[in-house]
Design a protein around this ligand. Structure first.
Ligand code: FAD
Length: 288
């Protein structure tokens, strides 16, 4: 089914997982999925390849297939295009189709200096258009950036580009992680003024590890509000306290988002079912 349809019925609650690095084996992720499925999310999305290069793409399709066909939970396969050709995308689409996977998060991918960019697709909107023109029954989602994509000139240009992606056919958006809900509300207001009216899910990453969050923030440019900064200062060196404080911060964000009418919440689980369960249990009577 088209993920976008889910938003007509409820506030959507979804998870994201990533395929394990080759050396860490697939057994762990299978156990993770088993645990996540018991939380009955509306869908689970699976990221594509390290740095968007497609290195782990077979695993993305396998994991999506398991989610959809064994656990009967909707799934979105991420697919990035900078390092794909039309021919390689065609192969992936065939594989997705064969496994009954209907939803794709069409992405550009990050620039990785170790790989040569292919020239077939420049932006996520090119991939979106290409997938939909094939008429293979796929539905396409896209990414968006409440605090502006790092390469965009400014918010106005970024939202104009986002509109192109939606006009190309993306009918559901998932946001980059953010820690300041006001940044998200400001963004949504601008997006709606721009005439983008598809559902936008808020991307929430529980901060359970100080080092990991410093790395993430340097990669994606999310701002750290004073409240979170204090939490990191106080609990950053105590792993268990940091985990619990991070879960609490994420729950607090979600409650505020739902109270303000968010379309949906997408949890970046970091493949940690324990954290996903704690959050899920805390909001089960809030997200409906
Ligand atoms: P685009 O929408 O193409 O935008 C990229 C930049 O180009 C922006 O600055 C935009 O303003 C600009 N732009 C877009 N269209 C035009 C145009 N027509 N003319 C001029 N400028 C334009 N990466 C992975 O490798 N694998 C994943 O699985 C993955 N999953 C993600 C999931 C989510 C929810 C998010 C938010 C990001 C994810 N990423 C993933 C990271 C993503 O690939 C990077 O953020 C990448 O830098 C941008 O991808 P995009 O699809 O948003 O690009």
């Amino acid at each position: 089914m088209n993920i976008a349809e889910l938003f007509k019925e409820k506030t959507v609650f979804s998870f994201e997982v990533f395929p394990p690095k080759k050396e860490s084996g697939v057994e762990t992720i299978y156990q993770t999925l088993k645990d996540l499925k018991d939380l009955r999310p509306d869908f689970i999305s699976v990221t594509y390849g390290a740095g968007g290069t497609g290195v782990a793409n077979a695993t993305t399709i396998d994991l999506c297939s398991k989610i959809k066909n064994e656990y009967h939970i909707e799934t979105i396969a991420h697919l990035s295009c900078l390092y794909n050709t039309k021919e390689s995308v065609d192969k992936i689409l065939e594989q997705l189709k064969a496994k009954g996977i209907e939803n794709i998060l069409a992405l550009r991918g990050d620039v990785n200096p170790d790989y040569e960019v292919k020239k077939d697709f420049q932006y996520a909107s090119d991939l979106t258009e290409y997938i939909l023109a094939k008429n293979m029954g796929f539905y396409v989602s896209g990414a968006c950036y409440p605090e502006v994509h790092q390469e965009a000139e400014n918010m106005v240009e970024d939202i104009k580009n986002l509109k192109k992606k939606v006009e190309a056919g993306a009918d559901h958006l998932i946001s980059q992680l953010f820690f300041d809900n006001h940044a998200f509300y400001d963004f949504i207001e601008k997006v709606r003024i721009a005439g983008i009216d598809v559902p936008v899910e808020a991307g929430i990453m529980p901060v359970t590890n100080k080092k990991q969050i410093e790395r993430m923030v340097s990669m994606c440019g999310a701002s750290i509000p004073a409240k979170l900064s204090k939490v990191l200062q106080k609990f950053g060196d105590d792993p268990i306290a940091m985990r619990d404080a991070g879960i609490s911060y994420a729950v607090d964000q979600i409650v505020d988002l739902v109270a303000n009418g968010v379309d949906g919440v997408h949890i970046y689980t970091m493949n940690d079912p324990y954290v996903a369960k704690r959050i899920s249990d805390s909001v089960e009577n809030i997200i409906k």
